[in-house]
Design a protein. Sequence first.
Length: 133
Amino acid sequence: QMKKTVKNPPKWATYCITAGLLAVAAGIMMPLLLGLGNGTYKWVYAAGALVSLAGRVAGGYRGSEVRLKRLYRMEAWSSVMFCAGAFFLFYGTAPRDWIAFTLAGGLIIVFTSWRIPREINKLQRNEGGKANK
């Protein structure tokens, strides 16, 4: 009965999210490890942000639980934050704007990766999907 409520996203969407977040991480690490160089890190970061956003939008939560729906939507907003960071990498006037958006997206991911499993466990304990209303 729980399978009707909590559905896993399609595998390809999960792969997009993972690959996108790894590219974002690589884009962040490239200037630290290799120097600013020719700006390749900007393109790696931006591509990762777009790929993770595509995976989040396509693999969103389709169940009936409102809290889980809200948490998965917050995860999509983390990818939007990364896309805003990518915008400021190319067009920002202050060099720290993109870092602020990256940190905001990272904090959202940390929060939702902690809360989503707790909500799923709570739903499984409460009679197969009848959570507190």
